[in-house]
Design a protein around this ligand. Structure first.
Ligand code: 2RA
Length: 353
């Protein structure tokens, strides 16, 4: 039989992409339920060509649900994921709440699909979009060359902060456009935004239009941002390397969708650019765009709206043995969020045979 699927958080930024992805992939589900907060309940949304009425998140909504994909804030997942699991659904959770729980697998289907079967709590977590942007590529390289260290700088799109993040960048660009003197003196941009956007609150701690902001997430011990800690802990868990050395600096940039990462990766053995090309070109969900002499490398503008992980600028580090430097881009709403969850859901759906 085909399992019944529920999408919780169906109306958010990722939920919208999720409906699009489910509609475009093989139809492995029976019924689909769209679920959201009371505020969005009653809306009619399209999935698989059907108009469905969004249902309110209540315990009863999980009756008869086999697979539930949650894309809601951490605190909503903390309350509702166990309720869905108790009622018999296999839950695929996009939040950070359960990712590091040893009884919850953290799954990237290209890297550790087998982990999805061991889920004593009935919960499977899907990683943060920043980690996911590089996992397909790093997993493939690790399999052959044994990853030892990762030093990463991220260039994160504003849609990582949800609909409010994209809206803020568009509003800021509109407020600043047309005045070519803005940005020439410290404080200019803040002043114009304060006036033109009437002090509206931003999800970012600094202007993001015509700027870069070295901060993503919340403050953790030692001055680290939560996104940097997630990248470290999640990479270790997914790759199964508990002592992987990882250091990251996460930066928000004025891009709507698609996270990019500059990755400095050290392996157990010497790895050449040709080795990396061979491995990455053979990886089914990785696209290599690496011909700098002809201006070929991935940028968010090339990648947004597509599914693969794109890799370019592959170089053998000049002063670090066994080390590659490379640039990776991935759509943070697709592979970074909705697509990975959909792929995990398909692994679970296959169990219903
Ligand atoms: C961000 N990675 O880009 C986060 C979203 N989970 O803000």
């Amino acid at each position: 039989r085909k399992p019944t699927l529920a999408l919780i958080g169906a109306t958010g930024a990722v939920g919208t992409v999720m409906r699009d992805i489910i509609s475009g992939r093989e139809n492995v589900y029976g019924d689909i339920k769209l679920v959201a907060s009371a505020r969005s309940a009653g809306k009619v949304l399209r999935v698989r060509g059907e108009d469905l009425v969004v249902q309110e998140l209540t315990p009863e909504v999980f009756e008869g649900v086999d697979i539930a994909i949650f894309d809601v804030p951490d605190e909503v997942s903390a309350t509702w994921v166990p309720i869905a699991a108790e009622r018999g659904a296999v839950v695929i959770d996009k939040s950070g709440t359960f990712r590091m729980n040893p009884e919850v697998p953290l799954v990237v289907p290209e890297v550790n699909p087998e982990a999805a079967r061991e889920r004593p709590l009935g919960i499977i977590s899907t990683p943060n979009c920043t980690t996911l942007s590089m996992m397909a590529a790093m997993g493939a390289l690790h399999e052959e060359y044994g990853l030892r260290e990762l030093v990463v700088a991220s260039y994160q799109a504003v849609s990582g902060a949800g609909v409010a993040g994209s809206a803020r960048l568009y509003d800021e660009v509109e407020a600043l456009a047309g005045d070519r003197t803005v940005g020439q003196t410290a404080g200019d941009v803040r002043k114009v935004l304060q006036n033109k956007l009437s002090g509206a609150e931003s999800p970012f701690p600094a202007p993001v239009a015509f700027n870069v902001v070295p901060w993503a997430g919340s403050l953790k011990d030692g001055g680290w941002a939560s996104e940097e800690i997630k990248l470290r802990n999640e990479s270790r868990k997914i790759l199964g390397i508990h002592d992987l050395k990882v250091s990251a600096t996460c930066v928000r940039v004025p891009v709507i969708t698609t996270h990019s990462l500059a990755v400095h990766a050290t392996f157990e053995r010497e790895i050449t650019v040709a080795d990396a090309h061979r491995i990455l070109e053979a990886a089914p969900t990785v696209v290599v765009m690496d011909d700098p002499a002809n201006g070929v490398f991935p940028t968010p503008a090339d990648v947004v709206g597509t599914d693969p992980t794109y890799v370019g600028r592959i170089r053998q580090a000049l002063d670090f043995p066994n080390t590659l430097d490379l640039f990776v881009c991935g759509d943070n709403l697709r592979k970074g969020a909705a697509l990975n969850a959909a792929e995990i859901a398909e692994l679970v759906a296959a169990e219903f045979g």
